[in-house]
Ligand binder design. Structure first.
Ligand code: NAD
Ligand code: USQ
Length: 382
């Protein structure tokens, strides 16, 4: 298949581009490099040293003979996007290219506006581009499990059957997102659903949980192919952050009571889920939704797991219950459905002590790069 990976320089996009290329697909990447610029804005960095995108794809070609074309540009620029769609004529468009940090979207008005303009306009452009240039192309869009929030009922995959006043219908599952970032994903989902309905576009919305780990078989082939790894209070995510904190002598930063429960998955499963979605496209006019995670944990559970493994590796770590910078439930019911990807062949890499140990040992090699003042959360919701 001819596949465009938008956001292919990022944490999920880079390993996905390599994985799909390895599987024999003709892959091209669109990325405007904004994630690297945001590191400069925040005076932050990836824990792992990352090569430029040009160096990355050159090394991949040198090692495997497989070519990945790179387009340096912005999805928000419609003429640029249309030109690439005309050139590439993709069978699938994998869309990772969004501002993905909840805290970043909550810094101030400018950051909230940037997040929603970047994400919503970029996705609208992709929808119009598919309609006008490549109507057969399957859109594989990264949504987020956080679109649903934490309702007091089990979370279904996209839709719920509701009986009301003697009548029955299958309707989109209610959305209660917890940041301007998560809201941007809800807006995207609505726009995609509408475009499928009116234009007959085929789309899969992957409501992904929190991704942990960093390496896949492909990124491990050479240090130049190494994936980025975020640990700071703005872009770092729960489990990866805890592992890194344990190696530099920081208390694990559990926010509030730590009963916040979320869906998680290994980066090795992210890349496979994209392949599954690509190989099993949605029908024309179908807005298909998969919940893309493999296990659910509370943040307190995760901190404890990391504490145990870190201890075995010689790091004595304490768990801090910091004042929660976010507005969210800290103790709640949580049960999300995740059968559709497994039914299509996903075999999850589950979170074992060995998996945590593996990431921890990789992290140790780069722990001198940690900028300590970036570890504590700096953005408040209120
Ligand atoms: P990332 O920030 O590492 O990667 C996103 C990439 O997209 C970056 O390389 C950035 O430069 C690029 N980009 C952003 N806006 C762009 C634009 N307008 N035009 C072109 N390129 C643009 O993020 P990630 O962690 O790889 O996440 C990828 C996607 O998966 C996001 O949509 C995110 O919301 C979703 N997701 C991520 C996680 C996670 O835990 N990382 C979990 C669930 C969903
Ligand atoms: N948390 C802590 N301590 C930390 C970091 C986070 O207790 O040091 C808590 C948060 O308060 C929250 C939970 O852990 O309750 C998850 O926070 P996170 O920063 O790990 O993840 P989140 O902000 O939800 O965002 C991440 C990605 C985003 C993706 C989302 C998937 O950055 O792109 O969409 O995970 S989900 O959470 O399923 O919506």
């Amino acid at each position: 298949m001819r596949i465009i990976v938008a956001g292919g320089d990022g944490f999920c996009g880079w390993p996905t581009a390599l994985y799909l290329s390895e599987k024999g697909h003709d892959v091209s990447i669109i990325d405007n490099g904004v994630r690297r610029k945001i590191d400069n804005e925040l005076h932050s960095n990836s824990l792992t040293p990352i090569a430029s995108l040009e160096e990355r794809v050159a090394k991949w070609e040198e090692l495997t003979g497989k070519h990945i074309t790179v387009y340096d540009g912005d999805l928000v620029h419609y003429d640029f996007l249309k030109e690439i769609l005309r050139k590439e004529k993709p069978d699938a468009f994998v869309h990772f290219a969004e501002q993905r940090s909840a805290p970043y979207s909550m810094i101030d008005r400018e950051h909230a506006v940037y997040t929603q303009e970047n994400n919503v306009t970029g996705t609208l452009n992709v929808l119009f581009g598919i309609k006008e240039v490549v109507p057969d192309c399957h859109l594989i869009k990264l949504g987020t499990l956080g679109e649903y929030g934490t309702p007091n009922i089990p979370i279904e995959e996209g839709y719920i059957e509701i009986k009301h006043k003697g009548r029955k219908d299958t309707l989109p599952f209610p959305k209660q997102p917890g940041s301007f970032y998560h809201l941007s994903k809800v807006h995207d989902s609505h726009n995609i659903m509408f475009a499928c309905k009116i234009w007959g576009i085929r789309a899969t919305d992957l409501n992904q949980g929190i991704v942990y780990g960093l390496e896949t078989e492909e990124t491990q082939l050479d240090p130049v192919l190494t994936n980025r790894l975020d640990y700071d209070g703005v872009f770092g995510t729960a489990l990866n952050r805890f592992i890194i904190q344990s190696t530099v002598g920081y208390d694990l930063t559990v926010y509030g009571k730590g009963g916040q429960t979320r869906g998680f998955l290994n980066i090795k499963d992210t890349v496979r889920c994209i392949e599954i979605a690509a190989e099993n496209p949605a029908d024309f006019g179908e807005f298909r939704v998969f919940n893309q995670f493999t296990e659910q944990f509370s943040v307190a559970d995760l901190a404890e797991k990391v504490q145990n493994v870190a201890k075995e590796e010689g790091f004595e770590t304490k768990i801090a219950n910091l004042e929660n910078p976010r507005v969210e439930l800290e103790e709640h019911f949580y049960q999300a459905e995740n059968t559709k990807l497994k039914d299509l062949g996903l075999e999850p890499h589950l979170l074992t002590e060995d998996v945590i140990r593996d990431v921890l040992r990789t992290v140790i090699k780069h722990k001198d790069r940690v900028i300590e003042k970036n570890i504590l959360p700096s953005v408040k919701w209120k």
